[in-house]
Design a binder for this molecule. Structure first.
Ligand SMILES: C[S@@+](CC[C@H](N)C(=O)[O-])C[C@H]1O[C@@H](n2cnc3c(N)ncnc32)[C@H](O)[C@@H]1O
Length: 355
């Protein structure tokens, strides 16, 4: 919805969002979005934002952020009480009273999708990478890390559908993952993680209270399970510091590799981070990994749409077929071994291990 310019288009977009996207899961956002679509004054306030920043998810997150910050108490109360009518009135009131603040947030911040729960696919893949490379310590480099949750994959507990458990059962982050197919997920434990490096051109630093609140604001207010998952990740984040490198991954990868101690295997991870890059840049990314592997082994674990991760076999699956491929590439001194080791669905909440 890049160009929400004409008032009627804006009204239609908000109604469509409310009655479509939100209706199934969020009675609060359904009611609020429809109310905004019916208020000329509210739509004019939304028009104060740049055309590309008028999407309901952006404006609603900005309003939610003000509520969480204590700057829109009536809206906060209505959301807490799950009172959709009160929320609709309070959202319009907040938007009209605090248009500048809403627009500033909508312009500055990117809506973050739910980035929790990738661990169930990453954990066995990173352990497999270390096993193949004969490493007993790894340095994690998450490319497109956003808030960096993937970088604590060794600190979580995972329960698979077949009953297998991996990781730390006392961790605040406990994920469950359904499994399909005949092969069990390997029981191998994660080796020691000696470096955690996140690379992103727009990372989220969750140690900053405003940035952490924005992540909470991006969760729809009547989605308590999603909020609980985020809170658990934020609790865990405080226990394992990481380094964040801001900028383009192609430029920063050499620096990231240099930060991994020489006796540890650098394991680059990408989860749904490459699809926005051109094929040329994805091939350059692959080349960067290859270059880094001249003096040491390097591994790359990918969870990306079918055909997105270069060199990772697609197993004959069609692109855009609704699932992703879990890939493992190990760059040795002389050779690259690249395999598809799994298929996954729902951003890693369902896994078929195939290696
Ligand atoms: C769709 S999000 C995925 C975030 C996370 N990995 C996940 O599993 O949800 C893609 C992230 O990659 C970052 N990104 C995309 N291309 C990048 C590049 N060339 N260099 C650095 N970061 C990039 C974006 O800023 C964004 O945070």
């Amino acid at each position: 919805m890049p160009g929400l310019t004409a008032p009627n288009a804006l009204a239609r977009a908000y109604r469509r969002f409310g009655e479509g996207d939100a209706a199934a899961t969020s009675p609060l956002y359904e009611r609020v979005a429809v109310a905004l679509s019916e208020s000329g004054a509210a739509l004019r306030a939304v028009e104060a934002a740049p055309a590309r920043r008028r999407h309901p998810t952006v404006i609603l997150a900005a309003l939610h952020d003000l509520a969480l910050a204590g700057r829109a108490p009536a809206l906060a109360t209505a959301y807490a009480a799950a009172d959709a009518d009160a929320a609709a009135g309070a959202a319009i009131d907040t938007l009209l009273r605090m248009t500048d603040q809403v627009v500033a947030l909508a312009t500055r911040r990117k809506v973050r999708a739910d980035e929790t729960g990738r661990h169930a696919v990453l954990y066995p893949a990173v352990a497999e990478a270390a096993h193949r490379a004969g490493a007993d310590a790894v340095g994690l480099i998450d490319v497109g890390c956003s808030a960096g949750f993937n970088l604590r994959v060794d600190r979580v507990g995972i329960t698979y559908g077949d009953g297998r458990m991996l990781g730390d059962p006392s961790s605040p982050v406990q994920v469950s993952c359904a499994t399909v197919g005949g092969r069990p997920v390997p029981a191998r434990a994660m080796p020691e993680v000696v470096a955690r490096i996140g690379v992103d051109d727009d990372p989220v630093d969750v140690t900053d209270a405003d940035e952490a609140r924005w992540l909470r604001a991006c969760v729809w207010p009547d989605q308590p399970e999603q909020l609980a998952r985020l809170e658990a990740e934020l609790t865990l984040a405080a226990t394992a510091p990481m380094e964040l490198l801001r900028g383009d991954a192609l430029d920063l990868l050499p620096e990231a590799f240099a930060r991994v101690p020489a006796d540890a295997l650098p394991v680059v991870t990408t989860t749904w981070a490459l699809s926005g890059s051109s094929l040329e840049n994805r091939l350059r990314f692959l080349h960067r990994l290859d270059e880094a592997a001249t003096g040491r082994a390097v591994a790359w674990v990918s969870a990306e749409g079918v055909g997105v991760a270069p060199a990772i076999p697609t197993m004959g699956d069609r692109r855009a077929s609704g699932h992703s491929i879990l890939g493992l590439a190990v760059f040795g001194h002389a050779a690259l071994r690249a395999d598809a080791i799994g298929r996954c669905w729902s951003r890693g909440r369902l896994l078929a291990w195939v290696a």
